[in-house]
Design a protein around this ligand. Structure first.
Ligand code: ATP
Length: 457
């Protein structure tokens, strides 16, 4: 199976089984937008819950917020986005398609050349020297590079001609910075402490999205750790490790992950590293860990006039904390989880079984209740009522039991509970394991404990 076909198969499975549908599909879609269906919505929610549990619930020095998407436009002046947040784009003068110059170079060199550290002039020269043709029409007739703004604008105000421009936030972290003083004061937080958030961000991405990998609207799971300069590099290294361990605990294979230290650092950054995952499109960024120095809080001090400083309760020393940022896209991680879980197995009878080996904590449904025959429905619904108080459960009474198992395998349900005629006599059921396909007999009263212990993250 070629690598690209692999992504196509996952996209098809997602559409066919209710994970993800093209956005506004009945109108012919809307580029780089996707809607989560019944099982995809559960999967993404579980991905976010796993992240929150690990990095907020289990971290005594991390505090969650949920900040507004629309912020005072001065925030984006302070962050530098109004001036600098843009992509280097080139237009093909033949077919009028638009491309990111850095992507043209990276795709043309099959990932061997990184354009990360190149200036616009260097990129133009590279494209001319290597005669990089338009990927759409194959011609070579490029415009010069122009910077294309990535922030979506909207407006506030009702009087025509008097509207104020506001922006849909392109990253969630500014909501954490502007609340630094509020959180520190109300939580009585001592450095090092972190503010975390999960929320929507918007970027006017024009490049092909590769399904959920790059969308114009996406969710980020982020935390900003505020700390003293002398401890900042240790914290940076710790997050690099923790971010990787989180992925390994979710079931990612070690060989599918790698660190990628940035060659070119932003002028304020002291270090930056991504974790790359082996997506079907090749190794690509899954998350970032950045040492942002005192830049963000200093800029907000300067632009807001409020001193964004921390006072040490013991020494009374006043200082601007350094920031270590850890940021991962919820949609990009959901895609990675789908890619990692997807498997095609050949069974003893020669048939192919498509199965998603999700970590049980991430699986959309934990249990499927399957009455062997329709006239066992009453008992089966009793079991459903009991289990659905504890877990998301599926219920399916249509078709042969074999087909129903296959269907649950394709949406990654870790346990199938079958109700048969013996159940009516002895209150026991068959429970089938998705990965081993082994079946055991259990009393209905033991089901909640049995499943609970196996789905923990
Ligand atoms: P990229 O280089 O892929 O554009 P980035 O370096 O701009 O990403 P950050 O600004 O560091 O990304 O955002 C943090 C995380 O948010 C990324 O690691 C990724 O998981 C996610 N992310 C960023 N842009 C998008 C997008 N357009 N669609 C989906 N997820 C995204």
């Amino acid at each position: 199976m070629t690598e690209l076909k692999n992504l196509d198969k996952i996209v098809n499975l997602c559409k066919g089984r209710g994970f993800v549908f093209p956005g506004s599909e009945i109108y012919g879609g809307f580029a780089n937008t996707w809607d989560y269906g019944p099982v995809g919505n559960e999967l993404k929610k579980n991905v976010k819950n796993a992240w929150w549990k690990r990095f907020v619930q289990e971290s005594p020095n991390t505090y969650g917020v949920d900040a507004a998407i629309l912020m005072n436009p001065r925030v984006w002046d302070a962050s530098g986005h109004t001036q600098n947040f843009s992509d280097p784009l080139m237009d093909c003068k033949e077919c009028k398609q638009r491309f990111r110059a850095d992507n043209l170079i990276e795709d043309n060199s099959k990932g061997k050349v990184s354009a990360e550290a190149m200036t616009n002039e260097q990129m133009e020269n590279y494209i001319a020297e290597h005669k990089v043709n338009c990927p759409n029409c194959g011609k070579f007739n490029w415009s010069n590079i122009r910077q294309f703004k990535l922030m979506f604008e909207t407006s506030r105000g009702t009087v025509e001609g008097q509207k104020d421009v506001v922006y849909l936030r392109p990253e969630t972290c500014q909501g954490e910075y502007v609340n630094f003083l509020n959180v520190q004061r109300t939580a009585r937080a001592k450095v090092p402490f972190a503010i975390a958030q999960i929320g929507k961000s918007f970027r006017n991405e024009i490049t092909p999205g590769n399904f959920l990998f790059r969308t114009i609207e996406f969710e980020q799971m982020e935390l900003q750790m505020f700390c003293k300069e002398e401890e900042s590099f240790k914290i940076y290294d710790d997050y690099k490790k923790q971010a990787r361990e989180f992925l390994l605990n979710l079931g990612f294979k070690e060989e599918h992950l790698k660190y990628h230290d940035h060659e070119k650092l932003a002028h304020y950054a002291k270090a930056a590293c991504d974790i790359f995952y082996k997506f079907p499109i090749g190794f690509s960024e899954l998350n970032g860990i950045h040492h942002r120095s005192t830049w963000d809080l200093s800029r907000h001090s300067e632009f807001s006039g409020k001193a964004m400083q921390y006072v040490d309760p013991v020494t009374n020393e006043k200082f601007t904390p350094n920031v270590i940022e850890y940021s991962i896209g919820a949609d990009r991680l959901t895609l990675a989880v789908l890619c990692e879980a997807y498997d095609e197995e050949t069974l003893e009878n020669g048939e192919t079984r498509v199965v998603l080996h999700f970590h049980p904590a991430l699986a959309p449904y934990k249990v499927a209740i399957l009455p062997l025959q329709k006239n066992l429905g009453e008992k089966a619904r009793e079991v459903y009522a009991k289990l659905s108080k504890e877990f998301m459960c599926d219920y399916d009474e249509a078709g042969s039991i074999g087909k129903r198992y296959r269907r649950e395998d394709e949406i990654g349900t870790p346990f199938c509970v079958t109700i048969d005629f013996d159940t009516l006599n002895d209150n026991t059921v068959t429970i089938r394991d998705r990965d081993t396909m082994e079946q055991i007999r259990l009393p209905i009263d033991d089901l909640v404990d049995y499943v609970s212990t196996r789905i923990k993250f």
